[in-house]
Design a protein. Sequence first.
Lengths: 265, 329
Amino acid sequence: MMKKLSRFRRRKWAAPALMVVSLIGLGTTFSFAAEVPAAQTSVSSSQSTQVQEGKQIFLRGCSSCHGLNAEGSGIAPSLIGVGAAAVDFQVGTGRMPMADMSQQAMRKKPVYDAEQTAALAAYVASLAPGPAAVTDASLSWERDGNVAQGGTLFRTNCAMCHNFAGQGGALTLGKYAPSLMGVDAHYIYEAMITGPQSMPKFSDKTLTPAEKLSIIKFIERANTEPALGGAALGRVGPVTEGLLIWTFGLGLLIGVSVWLASKAR
Amino acid sequence: MSDIQKFQDPGLPEHVHRKSDIDVDAEKRAERQVAILFLLSAVGTVGTVLSYIFIKSTTFIYLPILGNTNAAQLGLGVGLAASLFFIGMGAIHWARTLMPDNEVIAERHEFRSEEKDREDFVVTVKEQAGSAGLGRRSLIKRSLGLALGLVGVSPLLLLRDLGPLPKKALSTTDWKAGTRLVVDPSGQPIKPSDLEVGSVAQVLPELPAGTERTLENTGTDAVLLIRLRPQDFNLDAQRLSWTHDGIIAFSKICSHMGCAVALYEQQTHHLLCPCHQSTFDVTRAAKVIFGPAARPLPQLAITVDADGYLVAQQGFTEPIGPSFWERSS
């Protein structure tokens, strides 16, 4: 096998081909490594109340970082008073439990199902009062939201981190504001009232619930907006456009000029 | 070292004939290739026309990597690109393979004029200058000098059109003692209880009734209001007295190049400017901890008025935004 391969090592295309193969290899290795181990939780049905159920899940899955009484530790914040909304957001979007101690918990396949998440939320809410979880059904953004107002509010309050089209962007030291595309409305709402991770809170008095619905409607509209002008290239503006034209565009031009200047045989 | 030989012009290398010059089959093949390239261009043009007529502008197709792509735009783009690219490619392939490729040398002539022409020129100039009387008629010469000299004056007037001087506009904002902080864009005044710990609000000064807010106003007045736990502050006594109950206010205009600084990380209390990554530490009065900014963001002193609403204690104590020539520090 190696001998067969090594015959080609002096060919013109050998170096680029090797580069492509190793890049693909590197990428796929990382994507497999980032896969989250499947959840293995079996909530015993003998527990009578949701809160007790939640406490059991908490002790098994969360207490090693957040402390046995959710009081927090050097590596994880206290959960007393964060409310059901924060739990629903963090666990429901798969951010918690974290897969590793990286700069930021990222969105991934949730480890706990809806029922377990609700139990966890009920337990954390029982520790101290905090914002309650919201459901998509309770958010009438479709009916009450105003896209134009939402756009103005989004550009004033959200766009600096999440990009003008909700595509997300970089923060300091490896942290980032995630893309808002394809996020359920109630998670967006919960993020605004609980301020997860780097994100600040947006109080109901300075950004009223009605205004929050408008923001959600704007984001959902941006999400479904077709790219009528051709390939959207991630909707982040000149960065990807420039990258594409400087690599593929110029690469094509260089290739053509080499062909132009070569002598026909 | 005299035995070094003078470098001889090696002349042209021997002409190598192309395959299409010596092989009839190769010539036919090259001819076919050129024709195919031109035909591809024709196909591209037809494709452009057909996609313009028949594909609806709202049709989307799925492509690997690119994702959902507008079919009409794709058809127009690919068709037009093919129709132009293959004309060029065909023409060049034609020239490379079939048109004569003999090397030709065109000698360059000498630039210097011949000796006789040069002498004649001098004689002519001297004769003509003498008969035109350039040495006499000083009135004409002086008036011409005046005219030419004055021509330079009128462009100087254009400098005035560079605009009026900014005067104090760069160092003043609409913030004054007692100006209420209102939410951008709703215009609601804010009470300290409206802000939870860890929350932010984008605020502007309340303008006197009847004044309309312009983009220019917003561009200089924009302020970010942040509420922290009071024990998180690491401020001197004066700056601490500029905060209210854990609420601190900074100009949003970056002291480096004037971008809006509002990327607030509520866990680290860092403020990040999206343009050049200047990072400010909110707990230490927006001290610059990373990036090209030279000064902290100006802090706005705030307090509450008799009705309990947040107001400015005074205007900004320094000009907001980037440096300018007349800035004192």
